[in-house]
Write a new protein. Structure first.
Length: 267
């Protein structure tokens, strides 16, 4: 039977998922003999090691926290088996029993941040939404950010690019796609975003346009090495012609980078 503590854990889990906060749910799924907590006991572990609930405290719980943080990095589940007999041989306790704990990470969906709400931008947002990404789009043209024009955008950021992005969090799970209409917007966006911890940054445009953007950024003090990590031209070469095909090309590269396939190919 679920306890009041378990209900609190589940409420906090619901709140974390709604807020897009990564968290791991640790559940005692089986026990034998004497153990600190009964089967069904739950605990949440956040990335800063803060907890809601407990699976028993002590050395065992410390190991569970360490394993949970690894689940946040990998995004995978894990079943832990602990014997609590002899601390001298490395057991995390001496209660005299055995316990199994299941770790289940709850990760927010990855984000696609699209700078530019033109035809390609809309196609990228639509495809990203279909793929399960959280789609964020920004443009200084308000008429391009309406619900009718961008029905699949989860977040619409209006105004000049730097102002629009100023309060938006960028994480390693953010892939940035710059498909704007002009060089000035590219320069402003990249100058603002180049130091962010995004997992991917790609820019659409010809080599001639990129040279203009690159030169202006370097004249503004951005190191050449920082710009070498930008994906230009954006996307995988599929011979794409239509905006939908271009979106497939862009998202294919985003997926390849997120899944580590690009690094594997380089090795």
């Amino acid at each position: 039977m679920a306890t009041g503590e378990d209900h609190q854990v589940l409420r906090e889990l619901s709140n974390a998922v709604a807020a897009g906060t990564p968290v791991v749910l640790a559940t005692v799924v089986a026990t034998r003999r004497s153990v600190p907590r009964h089967a069904g006991t739950k605990m949440l572990v956040f990335g800063d090691r803060s907890l809601v609930g407990t699976v028993g405290g002590g050395a065992m719980e410390s190991r569970v926290i360490d394993e949970a943080l690894e689940r946040l990095r990998s995004g995978t589940t894990k079943l832990l088996d602990y014997k609590l007999f002899e601390p001298d041989r490395g057991d995390p306790g001496l209660c005299g029993g055995e316990v199994q704990i299941y770790l289940e990470p709850y990760m927010p969906p990855p984000t696609i941040l699209v700078v530019g709400a033109g035809h390609v931008g809309r196609a990228v947002v639509d495809l990203a939404h279909w793929l399960g990404y959280r789609a964020v789009v920004t443009d200084d043209r308000e008429d391009r950010l309406t619900k009718d024009v961008m029905p699949n955008a989860d977040v619409r950021l209006e105004g000049p690019v730097v102002e629009a992005l100023a309060g938006h969090e960028i994480t390693a799970e953010t892939s940035i796609v710059i498909v704007s209409r002009e060089v000035d917007i590219d320069v402003a966006a990249i100058a603002h975003l180049i130091g962010a911890p995004a997992g991917y940054l790609g820019v659409m445009g010809s080599s001639r346009r990129w040279k203009k953007v690159r030169d202006r950024l370097m004249d503004g003090g951005i190191e050449e090495a920082a710009l070498d990590g930008v994906h230009v031209p954006i996307g995988i070469d599929l011979g794409a012609e239509t905006v939908e095909e271009i979106a497939v090309s862009i998202l294919s590269e985003v997926i390849r980078v997120r899944r580590g396939a690009e690094a594997s190919e380089a090795d």
